[in-house]
Design a protein around this ligand. Structure first.
Ligand SMILES: [Fe+2]
Length: 727
């Protein structure tokens, strides 16, 4: 890299340090005045000691985590005791209750919902051992001011709304009001002091503790890489027997893999940050993924300097988002490489579609997908650089990857391919294969429960056993009861429904599953709504849309008539373990706890030749699939549907996409009905009440392309006839 096009590190480092030095104590004091106390504070020590004493007495303590500013607001709750360790109770994401993706204001609805569960547990707000926050809010302002001062006057736009920093000035002000509002809503007087925990520690303790690796005495690396935490964007830890040791923190907001992906995917893809990254990753599969031939990769890779010690540094002579934010993210040189950035006012939000007939996608030109592939390759280079050093330094072969960038499921697969037995033999002289685990909610939506988990560890409990190891992700909100569902049907007026019996009874469940499988096998598209919703961005069988994986046209049907998505978006398969092993190259590096790492759609696998033939709808352009393994123990209904599909299409595999149309994943029965109403190509919903009763629901509208449920009824009659014959 020539000196003319490279600038590593801040322009005015001393000015930044001075600003930080002066403002930090001020904001700490301001935080205390508002009731926000850092994890090293006297108030924190007091609460930790009290919790420790309660645990030693054999009591169960409850800790509430809250995210109420920045993005992804929500509340989480854990229960903790010496005997049972740390148990996950809830992680309510406010976006679901509000139907506003990445909702960032105060999570009133999440709290209201959590109160129901707390009542069921027999606890009130006064019984909470601590209330903790997802960021160390008082640290954020001095760090932001430092980062801006380091770049001088040209960085003034970073104070503006289009900076796309995690916190704008409004968020900062809101964060200081959180303690007062929490106490107000929970009826706690006097105001309860909140503990403002370090963001990356929250990610790390939770993700390690619920991973299959926490049970072992063998050390595991824990890597947090996100847009940014409160004081940096990369933190590394080493976990051993339930404890974590902090190994490295980069203490830089801008030397960030997450920010690079966010700014480039938004400014090239044309979607707002947080809605752009996953879409861009899907588009990358259509582009040239060869580093030698991709026309953008060679020049774009200079956006990072891969420094010694596994550090990565943003090239501040090429990127300009550290000074201009989303409004001016490129230098002239970067604009020459990628073309001009799409300005924020021209971005459209695919997660907030008001009218599906207005959806019109930019054409997926060769150039656009090649740029996406180049960004993905640069991301992987930087990720490998960080982890390469970490693995060599620790000699470990276990990795928990977390923070928002851990949702890059293609990079996760490539990590497993890269750090195989050959790499370990050649570089470390030992027989090993990297073992990887990623939680279903590695991003900031997982912070409320992460912060609560982190506090329980600080109070002296081990991360991991005897506490809960994650096997599913159904922790968001309560399971709707029968009365809630039927009153939603009655209030809707335009929905038909009929009871199918009880899914709680194994025999009736098998019949219901067979009916659903017969509809899917006949190319029907059916929504599956049951129990508590998934936490994390992926629908995993409780708020899913099911479709036929064997029909090559399914992708087009779903993207065009159901989800109104870009043609480049892939569809993912859900499968039984046996089917996943039959059709996909499951990595030996993801084999821990019976391939637990494949439970959450955070890891891609390569499709075997048979899958391309039998399951054309779920193999992505690059020959991969974001497979989810469904287990009978944690989701008997979806598992039964997959088994029934196996009998009908010869593969225990189904298309799974989230139950939503241009909005967050459905939470309430009303939202599920609205999704059915808005979608033109979905025939029905299977809705299962908490008590077990299953309902088949259809939209009665009979105006093309909708037929008032006529085709659905024909399929049901055909199934009834078939069942009658076989009986
Ligand atoms: Fe984060």
């Amino acid at each position: 890299m020539s000196a003319a096009v490279s600038r590593i590190g801040p322009r005015y480092a001393l000015a930044g340090a001075a600003v930080y030095h002066v403002t930090r104590p001020l904001f700490r004091a301001l935080g205390r005045a508002y009731g926000l106390h850092g994890q090293a504070s006297a108030v924190a020590q007091e609460q930790i000691t009290a919790a420790r004493i309660a645990l030693e007495r054999g009591e169960t303590i409850y800790v509430l985590g809250i995210g109420a500013s920045g993005h992804n607001a929500g509340v989480g709750l854990v229960a903790a005791s010496r005997a049972n360790g740390i148990r996950l109770v809830s992680n309510n994401e406010e976006e679901r209750f509000r139907a506003i993706k990445h909702y960032k204001r105060f999570p009133h609805e999440s709290i209201r919902d959590l109160r129901r569960r707390m009542s069921a547990l027999g606890i009130g707000p006064g019984d909470l051992a601590a209330i903790v926050t997802t960021f160390d809010f008082p640290e954020i302002v001095p760090v932001m001011l430092k980062s801006i001062a380091e770049e001088g006057p040209r960085a003034l736009p970073m104070f503006g709304r289009s900076a796309a920093m995690i916190f704008d000035t409004h968020d900062v002000a809101a964060s200081f009001r959180v303690p007062g509002r929490v106490s107000g809503v929970l009826g706690l007087a006097p105001r309860r002091p909140l503990l403002a925990l370090r963001h990356h520690d929250n990610h790390a303790w939770f993700s390690y503790g619920v991973s299959p690796f926490a049970a072992s005495a063998e050390p595991a690396m824990v890597a947090v890489l996100d847009g940014t935490g409160d004081d940096g964007s990369i933190s590394l830890y080493l976990g051993r027997a339930g404890r974590l040791d902090f190994v490295y923190g980069n203490r830089s907001v801008f030397d960030s893999l997450g920010q690079m992906y966010m700014y480039l995917s938004a400014s090239q893809g044309g979607w707002p940050p947080l809605s752009s990254e996953g879409r861009f990753m899907g588009a990358a599969a259509w582009g040239d993924q060869d580093r030698l031939t991709n026309p953008f990769y060679r020049q774009l890779r200079e956006v990072f300097h891969l420094a010694p010690g596994g550090a990565i540094k943003l090239n501040r002579a090429l990127a300009d988002w550290h000074r201009g934010g989303l409004g001016r993210p490129y230098t002239k040189r970067l604009a020459e490489i990628l073309g001009p950035p799409i300005p924020p006012e021209r971005m459209w939000n695919p997660d907030a579609i008001l009218n599906v007939d207005d959806v019109e996608h930019e054409p997926a030109t060769r150039e656009r997908v090649d740029k996406a592939a180049a960004v993905q390759l640069v991301f992987e280079d930087a990720l490998f650089h960080v982890l390469d050093h970490f693995i060599r330094k620790t000699g470990s072969a276990r990795l928990v990857l977390t923070g928002g960038t851990a949702l890059n499921c293609i990079a996760n697969m490539r990590l497993l391919e890269r750090y195989g037995p050959e790499w370990y033999e050649r570089n470390l002289g030992k027989a090993a294969q990297l073992q990887l685990w990623v939680p279903p909610v590695p991003g900031d939506a997982g912070q409320p429960i992460g912060a609560a988990y982190h506090f329980a560890c600080r109070a002296g409990l081990a991360a991991g056993p005897p506490g809960e190891t994650l096997t599913h992700a159904f922790y968001c909100g309560e399971a709707p009861a029968r009365a809630e569902m039927t009153s939603a049907f009655a209030a809707a007026g335009d929905m038909g429904y009929r009871s199918l019996g009880s899914a709680a009874d194994p025999h009736q469940r098998a019949r219901i599953a067979d009916l659903v499988a017969s509809i899917v096998a006949a190319d029907g598209v059916i929504g599956l709504y049951q129990g508590r919703a998934e936490t994390g961005p992926r629908a995993l069988g409780h708020r899913s849309i099911l479709a036929n994986p064997a029909n090559p046209k399914t992708l087009e049907t779903l993207n065009r008539l159901v989800k109104y998505r870009e043609a480049v978006r892939p569809l993912a398969p859900m499968a039984t373990l046996a089917a996943a092993e039959r059709f996909f190259e499951l990595s030996p590096g993801a084999a821990a706890a019976d391939y637990n790492a494949y439970n959450y759609m955070v890891l891609t696998a390569r499709a075997k030749p048979e899958a391309r033939r039998v399951l054309p709808a779920v193999v992505h352009r690059d020959g991969t699939a974001r497979v989810q393994i469904v287990r009978a123990e944690t989701d008997p209904v979806t598992h039964a549907i997959l088994r029934a599909l196996g009998r009908r299409i010869g593969a225990e595999v189904c298309v799974n996409t989230s139950l939503n149309v241009g909005a967050p994943i459905c939470q309430t029965p009303e939202q599920a009905l609205e999704t059915l109403r808005r979608s033109k190509g979905m025939q029905a919903l299977l809705m299962i009440a908490d008590e077990g009763e299953a309902f088949l629901v259809w939209h009665k509208l009979a105006a093309a392309p909708k037929d008032g449920g006529e085709r659905l009824m024909a399929l049901v009659r055909a199934w009834e006839a078939e069942v009658a014959v076989s009986a």
